[in-house]
Design a protein around this ligand. Structure first.
Ligand SMILES: Cc1ncc(COP(=O)(O)O)c(C=O)c1O
Length: 387
């Protein structure tokens, strides 16, 4: 079969100004990176607390390899359920204040598997319009009717709940901190609506975990809603500095997932080193609130500095600052202009974000120094007017 369509499609992507290429990082994931052979200050990472290159995580991984070997050898239900998986799940349940937890190989796999397990034909999923691609794909996979409500719009959510009154089950799904806008869902109100209309709530805490709540457990913990949110999903690869994901909830929820969730069942389980890193990361998150303080301080400094330069950054109170440019080409040009000045702030284009809202997604880290933030602000001052 001829494969001309590959080049045709690539050309179409290029013509639309949406062609993507990989950049190469040499060395570790710190506040500075060796990016394509040049040192730059990193404002494009989800390593919010600086754990991805923390020596305690590396030491835990090495010790786990020495004790348990490198691979898990099989899926969880065959011979791949190791002591460390269960240890991590017990720790996650305690961290998230839930009855039980279940580890997944990635957030993407967790979301598609969860939604396809918990909703099906005859059910309704109510999904925020800015939910992550993995949630969108999970909705599609589930075969449930998906009602998309405008971003964080409680009136629209309520109207959707009314429309879904005759569905067998209703499931509201939202990120707590939105990945590309950094704003926070009105979770308390969402939970109240869910209770009023007999709906389940599933939250994606990919960007809330480690960052919010007194012990870093996330937005659900910050608001004291653990007992009212049925499904708390989150990742281990962002603020927790490692890889993988989890679901926290009731024992029955986890047992049903073990029995029915295809993205949990039909995949080799995460290796021991990854489990050990997550265990070490949760210890640090719980015992070092000063990392969250440093992160908050750095976010405020960067946000204040950018606002003073005249940049508009939306509603974000999180480490994710969206600088909306609009046009994809201009957005990438601005990102390139900053990179020339040693500042890496990745441009984000459709389909990751809606058409016409291309942006720089600028993220802070607890481990940025004052000088690095000053340096970024100087670069943003230099390129002011190019956006
Ligand atoms: C909100 C959200 N959910 C899920 C995911 C997927 O998580 P993972 O990277 O572990 O697959 C991401 C990350 O890309 C995310 O931002």
């Amino acid at each position: 079969m001829r494969a001309d369509f590959l080049n045709v499609e690539l050309q179409q992507i290029k013509d639309a100004g949406l062609y993507r290429q990989l950049r190469r990082v040499d060395g570790d994931q710190g506040p500075t990176l060796m990016l394509d052979g040049r040192e730059v200050i990193n404002f494009s990472s989800n390593n919010y607390l600086g754990l991805a290159n923390h020596p305690a995580l590396a030491a835990a991984a090495k010790a786990a390899i020495d004790r348990y070997g490198s691979g898990s050898g099989a899926s969880r239900l065959i011979s791949g359920n190791m002591t460390l998986h269960e240890e991590l799940e017990a720790k996650l349940a305690q961290f998230k204040n839930s009855e039980a937890a279940l580890v997944f190989n990635s957030g993407f796999q967790a979301n598609i598997g969860l939604l396809a397990t918990l909703a099906g034909e005859g059910d309704a999923i109510l999904s925020d319009s800015l939910n992550h691609a993995s949630i969108i794909d999970g909705c599609r996979l589930s075969k449930a009717k998906t009602l998309v409500y405008a971003h964080c719009d409680l009136n629209e959510l309520e109207a959707c709940l009314k429309r879904a009154a005759t569905a067998r089950r209703r499931l509201i799904v939202t990120e707590t901190i939105f990945s590309m806008d950094g704003d926070e869902a009105p979770l308390r109100e969402i939970v109240e609506l869910a209770e009023k209309y007999d709906a389940m709530v599933m939250v994606d805490e990919a960007h809330g975990t480690g960052v919010f709540g007194a012990n870093g457990a996330g937005v659900v913990a910050k608001l004291g809603l653990a007992s009212r949110v049925l499904i708390q999903m989150g990742t281990l690869g962002k603020a927790l500095g490692g890889f993988g994901a989890y679901v926290a909830g009731s024992r029955a929820l986890c047992d049903l997932l073990i029995n029915r969730c295809r993205s949990f069942i039909f995949t080799t389980s995460l290796p021991p080193a990854v489990m050990a890193m997550a265990l070490a990361a949760i210890d640090i998150v719980q015992s070092e609130p000063q990392r969250r303080d440093a992160l908050r301080h750095n976010c405020q400094k960067l946000k204040h500095g950018l606002s003073q330069l005249g940049y508009e950054l939306g509603q974000s109170e999180s480490p994710i600052l969206p600088l909306i440019v609009g046009d994809a080409g201009r957005c990438m040009a601005l990102s390139a202009a900053l990179l020339i000045r040693g500042v890496f702030a990745q441009g984000i284009r459709p389909p990751t974000v809606p058409v016409g809202t291309s942006r720089l997604r600028i993220t802070s880290m607890a481990t940025h120094s004052e000088a690095q933030i000053e340096c970024a602000l100087a670069a943003f001052r230099d390129v002011r007017g190019e956006e």
